[in-house]
Design a protein around this ligand. Structure first.
Ligand SMILES: NC(=O)c1ccc[n+]([C@@H]2O[C@H](COP(=O)([O-])OP(=O)(O)OC[C@H]3O[C@@H](n4cnc5c(N)ncnc54)[C@H](OP(=O)(O)O)[C@@H]3O)[C@@H](O)[C@H]2O)c1
Length: 249
């Protein structure tokens, strides 16, 4: 793994450097993670797995390893068959070294359409998953999520008020947030002005087809990006962008 940006920091990157680079710069910080093909596809055969590679897998889990919370949309949690986070001994030691709780909870964002109560993200966990939902979610479904072991955070009426949800999570000490997408949630988070950083792996492949982009939904006032670091491993680029607040947020 080589760092190629900024030029003053260019050179080989050791594991300790990676940990410093991919740690959270503040106790309240939301990083969104994606892997994309070079032609902008966010899925291959409907999943992200085919776009990932060993370079991506060497770096992107650090965001989860150092997070207080893993945030995901209901679509991705179900399609990618998420479970709770289950750190191995090495990761637990890393987390302890950084003063983090042994296991970060997962928080799933839903208005109630896409998250069945038997989803593994609710049932196959070491610590309770937090369902981040809104008043429009049917009461019987909320009861079923709770019966499955989840905690509920209800913020917003027809949809989740993501800025308020992130603030409420930070108040609970869950401020370092590793968001695993997907594109609908990323679009919603951008509209809410809640994103501090984009961690994007550009996979060296072209796939064409009809796959979506990493952010969807209503257009936003363009958010400017500052390139904070670029790593290269073989033909794969791993870019960390800082996101400037948008005018409307
Ligand atoms: N390449 C990558 O790195 C990557 C990463 C992640 C996902 N993906 C791919 O992306 C695809 C899934 O995309 P997606 O856009 O459907 O998934 P998503 O963003 O994970 O989930 C969408 C769902 O999240 C909920 N949601 C988002 N914002 C909300 C808000 N403000 N209020 C209430 N609910 C909200 C809604 O759930 P309800 O319908 O329940 O209301 C919505 O339908 C999958 O194919 C996955 O493999 C790729």
């Amino acid at each position: 793994m080589h760092r190629i940006w900024p030029p003053a920091a260019a050179g080989p990157v050791a594991r300790a450097d990676l940990e410093r680079l991919y740690d959270y710069p503040a106790a309240t910080w939301l990083s969104v993670n994606f892997v994309s093909s070079a032609d902008g596809a966010v899925t291959l055969a409907g999943r992200s797995r085919g776009l990932s590679n060993s370079a991506d897998r060497a770096v992107y889990p650090l965001g989860e390893d150092l997070a207080d919370l893993v945030l995901v949309g209901a679509g991705t949690a179900v399609i990618e068959d998420f479970t709770g986070v289950k750190p191995d001994e090495e990761t637990r030691a890393l987390r302890e070294r950084h003063g983090r709780a042994p296991v970060p909870p997962v928080a799933v964002v839903t208005s109630g359409h896409s998250l069945p109560a038997d989803a593994r993200v609710l049932t196959d966990v070491h610590v309770p998953t937090i369902v981040v939902t809104c008043a429009a979610a049917p009461p019987e479904l909320r009861d079923a999520w709770t019966a499955a072991g989840a905690e509920l955070l209800v913020v917003g009426e027809e949809t989740v008020d993501l800025a308020a949800a992130v603030a409420r999570l930070a108040d609970r000490g869950l401020g370092r947030i590793h968001c695993e997408g997907g594109p609908t949630l990323f679009g919603s988070l951008l509209a809410a002005g809640a994103v501090d950083e984009l961690r994007l792996t550009i996979s060296p492949m072209l796939v064409a087809g009809a796959a979506g982009r990493i952010a969807t939904g209503a257009p936003i006032d363009p958010a400017a990006l500052t390139m904070d670091s670029v790593l290269a491993e073989g033909d794969t680029l791993l870019v960390r962008y800082l996101v400037a607040p948008t005018a409307g947020a």
